[in-house]
Design a protein around this ligand. Structure first.
Ligand code: ATP
Length: 274
């Protein structure tokens, strides 16, 4: 049936401390999440509940990690999907999957005895892209269903559902999604700066034997423009070079080779895509 493809998982144990850099997005996100945590207080003040948070920014910067940490922070069930899973040829299938996703999230929360659930939809532009004059009926239905579910999330007293969505292309989103009461909060998640890169490198060095000649500060300086995902690759590739050398620790030369490799891979990606 529809929705079977969406993976229901237990909240992976991941906290904001496991995410390097991104201090501003973390602060903005926890502030927004406190609406969920202190919901009685919010209700008493008559503030409307938070329904959606949109994370925008380039790929590999930790948006998925932030959504997982958000689930941990709020003791919510966590369920993830990608916008591309809802794009279907037949009218109604995508909308059905959206309905199932919200239903699954509530069920998951009840099963885990949590009073809230966080749904993470990556590449939301796949569903909520701008409509072009009713040309795509199927596509419209899917987006409408998402809007309906978001409007309805207040209705269930037992489980509160919060939607966190991510996109690299906010300019493509349908304005209906950005209206008040939908994605009330938008958080920009940018490429990490130098100290952010150092922090990310340190996190990914935790489980690796690092040689004494290695300076992660220097590696952070040499990786300007790298995303968190690329920095993770650098540490991993360096460990592979160490293994090839039958070395017991990662040396600064392994790291230099790894930086070159990741940079080269990036360049090749860009050339094949253009
Ligand atoms: P996409 O838009 O491509 O889905 P994303 O922003 O959701 O990317 P993530 O999936 O969160 O990126 O990150 C991919 C991987 O890169 C993570 O599993 C992690 O290993 C690493 N990574 C990215 N950002 C960070 C970070 N800030 N701290 C630590 N690791 C990071």
């Amino acid at each position: 049936t529809a929705g079977k493809k969406t993976a229901a998982r237990k909240p992976d144990y991941l906290t904001f401390e496991d995410i390097g850099g991104q201090d501003q997005p973390k602060r903005e996100l926890t502030e927004a999440l406190d609406f969920l945590v202190y919901r009685d207080k919010i209700q008493k003040l008559g503030i409307r509940p938070l329904k959606g948070i949109l994370l925008t920014g380039p790929p590999g910067t930790g948006k998925t990690l932030l959504a997982k940490a958000a689930a941990q922070y709020t003791h919510s069930a966590f369920i993830a999907a990608s916008g591309s899973e809802f794009v279907e040829m037949y009218v109604g299938v995508g909308a059905g999957r959206i309905r199932d996703l919200f239903k699954d999230a509530r069920q998951q929360a009840l099963k885990l005895k949590r009073d809230s659930a966080i749904i993470f939809i990556d590449e939301i532009d796949g569903i909520g892209g701008k409509r072009d004059g009713g040309m795509h009926r199927e596509y419209d239905q899917t987006l409408n269903q998402l809007l309906t579910e978001m409007d309805g999330v207040q209705g269930d007293e037992n489980v509160r559902v919060l939607l966190i969505a991510a996109t690299n292309r906010k300019e493509l989103l349908d304005p209906a999604l950005l209206r008040p009461g939908r994605f009330d909060r938008q958080i920009q998640v940018d490429l990490p700066d130098k100290s952010g890169r150092e922090h990310i490198l340190r996190l990914h060095a935790r489980n690796k034997p690092i040689g004494e000649d290695v300076s992660l500060v220097k590696v952070a300086e040499e990786t300007f423009g790298f995303s968190g995902a690329q920095l993770e690759s650098v540490m991993n590739e360096a460990a592979i070079y160490a293994m090839r050398d039958e070395a017991e620790t990662l040396s600064s030369s392994h790291l230099t080779q790894a930086i070159d490799k990741v940079m080269m891979g990036e360049r090749m990606d860009r050339e094949t895509n253009s």
